[in-house]
Write a protein of this length. Sequence first.
Length: 193
Amino acid sequence: MDLRPDEPIKLTRDCPAVAVPAGHTLTLPQGTEVMITQSLGGSYTLLVPSYGGLFRLSDRDADAIGREKRSGEGTGEGSGPSQGKALTGEALEREIWETLKTCYDPEIPVNIVDLGLIYDMHVDQLADGARVDIKMTLTAQGCGMGTSIAADARNKILDLPGVVEADVQVVWDPPWTPEKISPEGRALLGIHQ
C-alpha cells in the first residue's frame, strides 16, 4: 500500500476539516496547499504543511481538492443489498458489520473492525425500525479523533434502510492491544505473526 502523499493541491474553496488527532474542526481557507495521504471510507486525510499537521476532509467537500464525491461509496447509500428495502435480522447485522468496515482512523489505513476496535454490536427491533448500539474503543485513550470516528460510524449506520436509532459509545475496558487486529488488518499493516 502506497502511503506517500500525492502532489500538492490548492483548495479551490474554504472548507471545514477536522484536526488529526486533536479532533477539533476548523476552516481551511481557499488556496491552502494540501497533500492527500489517505482516502478511505468516504473521507480524505490531508497533510497541511502551513497548519503543521494532518486534517480529515469529508467526502462532501471532495470538490475542494479536485475530486468527485464518491456517492454512496461505503456509506450504505447507492447500490447494493441495503438499497431501498429495510433490512432486519441477520441481513441487517451483516450490513452493519460491512458498513463499520468503511470507517477508518484517519492515521491508520485499516478499518475499525479489522483494527479490533469494535467490542460489541447489538440490534433491537423497535416498532418503526431497528436500534443499533455499538461499543468501540480506540488504539490510544488520548486520541482526540474518538468522537469523530464514533460519529462517522453512527451516521453511516443511520443511513442503512430500517435503522431508526443508533448509538456508538467509546469505552476503555478492556484496553485495546495490537493482538485485537484481525489477520486482514495485520496484512495491511505489514505485521507478520
